[in-house]
Design a protein around this ligand. Structure first.
Ligand code: DSN
Length: 411
């Protein structure tokens, strides 16, 4: 930190304060995690100095022979970890990966069927405000109104009517197992390809804690920083016969030079995710999530779909006469960080939605388990019952700080 403190004390101080914030709060943002020092080191390394447009052995710059090795390692480790045929490790983010996958599989104006953003999908799955929704013709499937789960009969019916060229499975706010084999059956029936965006569950997939989409999908995209606990970046896995199209859609199709420090950090993350310790970690994420869901549900908070099978819980705050913005702010004051979220068939607007999303990847990385989940669950319930009780919130804030002291954020 010293060179940074000397050159730029303002940014150094911001980084230190952010580290303190992360250390002193219970982070329940479902899409976040904390990376290992090994990932941090690779990410903050001199590899950031290198331009390497192209792919290993076929670059547009000299001096790439060393970083080539990093990319080859990242690619081969990704293949081994997920059992895929081809990996592209250059997408800067999940959205970039999705844009590249569409570019490889579709022409502008082609039809795509994906999950509705308001039902748990993602902006880059064809939301009107996203470039993806402007370039391609998207139709969206909702979840079943009663079960609040993906209804493959409904997906099939929509697919038959709409005749998409591509079906997208995957979500950013969906707490249940996704049946990728079922999606593939529907794709085959209507002559579409299947793309799976497994960004949220990649760490669970890598460890067998969630069924893998790899045997079923033509293309799988993901981020590497959520349950997979790697650097902030994207990854595309595909069948060999699509390799050239995918690689060309990433570079030069949508990006210039890859960020080689992040390519190396991905390699580190894939290495870590292969271990038995990581498998146990992924298992524990889900155990913690189920346990937290039970406490909240027993305390009167309605869980969308009735529970969870993965790392996240989607809660319907109408069961406590609250909206997401109010809950997020009240919990935030106590150092419990969540995000407000739409719930399926939400009658409320996105800035004041009826739900909140809660995830356990970060607290599980910090080593929290059953005892801590009991405390956190009960604090959440207390705050949701009395979100304006500033005294109680302040005293819970102190308890949160004390709890956090025992659980490091550097791993
Ligand atoms: N914004 C991420 C999430 O929170 O799920 C997805 O890109």
């Amino acid at each position: 930190m010293e060179p940074l403190t000397k050159t730029d004390p303002e940014i150094a101080e911001i980084i230190l304060r952010e580290e303190q914030r992360q250390r002193g709060e219970v982070n329940l943002i479902a899409s976040e995690n904390i990376v290992s020092d090994a990932v941090l080191l690779a990410q903050g390394s001199v590899l950031t100095n290198k331009y390497a447009e192209g792919y290993p052995g076929r670059r547009y710059y000299g001096g790439c022979e060393v970083v080539d090795e990093a990319e080859e390692l990242a690619r081969s480790r990704a293949l081994e970890l997920f059992g895929a045929e081809h990996a592209n490790v250059q997408s800067h983010s999940g959205t970039q990966a999705n844009i590249a996958a569409y570019g490889a599989l579709l022409s502008p104006g082609d039809k795509v069927l994906a999950m509705d953003l308001a039902h748990g999908g993602h902006l880059s799955h064809g939301a009107r405000v996203s470039l993806t929704g402007k370039i391609y013709q998207f139709e969206h499937y909702p979840v079943n109104a009663d079960s609040e789960m993906i209804d493959l009969d409904l997906v099939e019916q929509l697919a038959r009517e709409f005749q998409p060229k591509l079906i997208v499975a995957g979500a950013s706010a969906y707490p249940r197992i996704i049946d990728f084999a079922g999606f593939r059956r529907i794709a085959d029936e209507v002559g579409a390809r299947l793309m799976v965006d497994m960004a949220h569950i990649a760490g669970l997939v890598a460890t067998g804690v969630h069924p893998s989409p790899i045997p079923h999908a033509h293309v799988v995209t993901t981020t590497t920083h959520k349950t997979l606990r790697g650097p902030r970046s994207g990854l595309i896995l595909c069948r060999k016969k699509l390799a050239k199209k995918i690689d060309s859609a990433v570079f030069p199709g949508g990006q210039g030079g890859p960020l080689m420090h992040l390519v190396a950090a991905r390699a580190v993350c894939f290495q870590e995710a292969k271990t038995e310790a990581f498998r146990q970690y992924a298992q524990k994420i889900v155990e913690n999530s189920i346990h937290l869901g039970e406490i909240l549900s027993d305390g009167g908070l309605r869980l969308v779909s009735g529970g969870t099978d993965n790392h996240m819980i989607l809660a319907d705050l109408r069961s406590m006469d609250l909206t997401g913005d109010i809950a997020e702010a009240a919990l935030g004051k106590a150092g419990i960080v969540v995000n407000m979220n739409m719930i399926p068939y939400d009658p409320a607007p996105p800035r004041r939605p009826s739900g909140m999303r809660i995830g356990t990847p970060t607290i599980t990385s910090r080593g929290m388990g059953s005892d801590e989940i009991n405390l956190i669950g009960n604090w959440i319930l207390e705050i949701l019952r009395e979100p304006t009780d500033e005294n109680r919130i302040e005293s819970i804030r102190a308890d949160v700080r004390e709890l956090c002291q025992g659980f490091p954020t550097r791993i």
